[in-house]
Ligand binder design. Structure first.
Ligand SMILES: Cc1cc2nc3c(=O)[nH]c(=O)nc-3n(C[C@H](O)[C@H](O)[C@H](O)COP(=O)(O)OP(=O)(O)OC[C@H]3O[C@@H](n4cnc5c(N)ncnc54)[C@H](O)[C@@H]3O)c2cc1C
Ligand SMILES: C[S@@+](CC[C@H](N)C(=O)[O-])C[C@H]1O[C@@H](n2cnc3c(N)ncnc32)[C@H](O)[C@@H]1O
Length: 605
């Protein structure tokens, strides 16, 4: 995550020009006509959308977002109601929100679309940032940074390209073999492209990476332009149609939601129903996990926070659901270790972490950080909310078996074969498939109290343990760590441990004997050694040779951070399963790789 220089614009009326490139963002005479001819119709989008289940567009140069917004209009007009569009766009110099809004309004783009774009507009940092248009089943992935290296980090497949990056003579950085090789890598048989230019060097270089091109009459004052098709590689995968998700905790539910968004109708298996194991947690925190200088983990936190916020939005969480218990989390450097870590963070630039934190005190003895977008959530309630919209079978799965024609799920007396299976069983006892990596199990308990705490607002506190306001003057304190998973269940000793550990929160907690305990909750975390989940194809021989897509996926080991990582893990998993552009750059996706602890580890799919 490195800071980007924003676009510097000059306005001719409502026409934006890029000062650095001395060029216009779109045609002065007929911007809508240009987009329609040069990109939308050049790629035959109306007819391809009409027949699409899932479709992916790639663009070089997001600019004002006009191409995107007009594609969205075309999508609405032609695509079937359950089809899914993934739009990937590279941009080195994002527009300021006010410039973007002005340019789009002048072209008659609907205020609601501009509003959705701006409400999720990413910080000015390199990397992949997603914006969701849930009502249309569209995700926009902005790849911020210089196109060649930025696109090199993207995994997935694109069906149609828009090449739109100022005149090649003014901007060779976007029209060269390094960029085009990435387009070729992300293309498959039948991928098309459209562009306004027909410059000889562009033509030769696109042909060199494998595109077959045709010169066609240009738009407005341009004599010719190019359309093209990629004749090599795999055609788009028809599968999967039938997908099973095993486990209805937040990991399985978020994965099922992401699959549904992509037009699939996954079958969930869980004998206990939605959110009844670790995800039954009545008071969990969504906080970023930040360290000064650890740009990879900080980038993962930014993606995780944005994905969870988007999932809450797309799944219709509102204030009446009583799912969100607190907004904002204050982190105090109570322990020596936390003081050191937060002290370093307080001395760093919040902008480099996407504004995920603000410094409330840089006192080295007691640094205090505030996470404005963090939330306190009744996770159990949220899971039940998600589960209500999904197809759930109350059955325990015994084994999962890969076969030539699919994956068989054995549950109770019956068995059923699916195209793909996602194992999201958390700390569930047995491995369901031979060789399945097993997380260790760490139990933990939360304690509910009814004692007026004057030091707390409507935000939550963390430092040594955490304290979260519930409702009706009650608070949750937590959590303990119990490695002896044999001693499952609520214990009096754990309540005492929580009360003692959280005295720092408020003077009213000094006298632990005087605190009224009104409840407790116990759950089991599933933890891998680096405390990151496994999201991706089951490593090893279950992936059939020659099969374009793997069939058994793992989605487990979320440790203490299910709320931070499950939503982005779900997006990653669903996109990988469908062969769509992924939400994380490969450098971050590798941190979730199920193969990462294996000797001679093979990374990637
Ligand atoms: C005390 C405590 C405090 C925590 N605090 C936080 C916090 O503040 N913030 C945060 O983000 N996270 C927190 N966590 C962690 C969070 O709860 C987990 O990361 C998250 O719930 C894991 O979700 P999951 O879906 O992977 O697992 P689970 O919720 O455990 O779901 C797995 C599901 O799989 C099902 N299953 C298992 N085996 C089978 C099978 N064979 N067939 C069918 N179904 C099966 C189970 O019934 C279960 O429903 C806390 C956890 C604990 C224990
Ligand atoms: C002509 S504009 C794109 C117009 C845009 N498609 C729209 O709908 O408004 C070209 C864009 O390419 C971006 N750009 C230029 N060089 C780039 C590079 N090397 N990598 C990524 N983006 C680049 C510019 O910042 C600019 O926003």
């Amino acid at each position: 995550m490195t800071p980007l220089a924003p676009a510097h614009l000059q306005w001719d009326g409502d026409q934006p020009r890029a000062v650095a490139y001395e060029d216009r963002y779109f045609s002065a005479q007929d911007p809508r006509g240009e987009v329609r001819t040069v990109f939308v119709e050049a790629n035959r989008l109306p007819e391809r959308f009409a027949n699409a289940r899932r479709f992916a567009i790639g663009e070089t140069g997001f600019g004002t977002g006009l191409n995107f917004c007009l594609t969205l209009e075309t999508w609405r007009e032609h695509a079937p109601p359950d089809a899914f569009l993934s739009y990937l766009s590279a941009e080195a110099h994002p527009l300021a929100p006010s410039d973007l809004s002005r340019a789009l309004r002048a072209q008659g783009i609907a205020g609601a679309d501009i509003g959705t774009l701006l409400a999720q507009y990413p910080p000015l940092l390199s990397g992949l940032h997603r914006i969701h248009f849930p009502a249309d089943r569209v995700v926009l992935s902005l790849v911020y940074g210089d196109a060649a290296p930025a696109l090199a980090r993207v995994q997935g497949r694109v069906d149609a390209w828009f090449l739109d990056g100022f005149a090649p003579s003014r901007n060779p950085a976007l029209w060269n073999l390094a960029v085009f090789r990435q387009l070729g890598r992300l293309s498959g048989r039948g991928t098309t492209l459209g562009t306004f230019t027909s410059a000889g060097q562009v033509r030769r270089d696109l042909e060199e990476v494998g595109f077959a091109l045709q010169r066609v009459p240009g738009f407005a004052d341009k004599r010719e332009r190019l359309i093209g098709v990629f004749p090599q590689g795999q055609p788009p995968a028809a599968r999967p149609e039938r997908v099973a998700v095993i486990g209805a905790g937040i990991a399985g539910l978020a994965a099922a939601c992401a699959l549904r968004e992509r037009g699939l109708n996954p079958t969930l298996f869980d004998p206990h129903g939605a959110g009844n194991r670790a995800s039954g947690n009545p008071a969990a925190l969504l906080t970023p996990h930040l360290s000064a200088g650890d740009t990879l983990r900080n980038a993962l936190s930014l993606s995780g926070m944005r994905a969870t916020q988007a999932l809450l939005g797309t799944t219709g969480v509102n204030s009446s659901d009583r799912i969100v218990l607190a907004r904002g989390v204050e982190h105090r450097g109570i322990t020596r270790h936390a003081a050191r870590r937060l002290g370093h963070l307080a001395a760093s630039d919040p902008g480099l972490a996407g504004g995920l934190f603000a410094v409330r005190s840089d006192d080295p003895e007691l640094p205090v950080i505030f996470y404005p977008d963090a939330l306190g959530i009744d996770l159990g309630q949220y899971c039940r909310h998600l589960g209500a919209k999904l197809q759930l079978r109350h059955r325990q799965v015994q084994t999962v078996q890969a076969r030539a024609d699919g994956v068989t799920v054995h549950a109770g007396e019956g068995s059923e074969t699916f195209d793909a299976v996602v194992i999201a069983t958390g700390a569930g006892e047995a491995g369901l498939v031979t060789g399945q990596p097993r997380p260790s199990v760490v139990g933990g308990q939360m304690t509910r109290i009814r004692t007026p705490l004057t030091a707390l607002g409507d935000f939550a506190l963390t430092g040594k343990g955490y304290c979260l306001p519930e409702r009706d003057g009650q608070y949750w304190l937590g959590a303990t760590y119990r490695r002896d998973a044999g001693s499952a269940g609520v214990r009096h000793a754990d309540n005492a441990e929580n009360l003692s550990a959280l005295r720092w929160v408020d003077p009213a907690l000094e006298d632990t004997a005087a605190v009224e305990v009104t409840g407790a909750w116990y759950g089991q975390r599933a933890v891998f050694p680096d405390r990151l989940p496994m999201v991706g194809a089951m490593p090893g021989p279950t992936v059939t040779d020659g099969d374009p897509l793997p069939r058994i996926f793992l989605n487990l080991g979320y440790g203490s951070r299910g709320l931070l990582y499950a939503a982005v893990g779900a997006q990653l998993l669903a996109d990988r399963l469908c062969g769509l552009p992924e939400p994380l750059p490969d450098t971050l996706a590798q941190l979730f790789s199920p193969a990462r602890f294996e000797a001679g580890e093979h990374r990637g799919r």
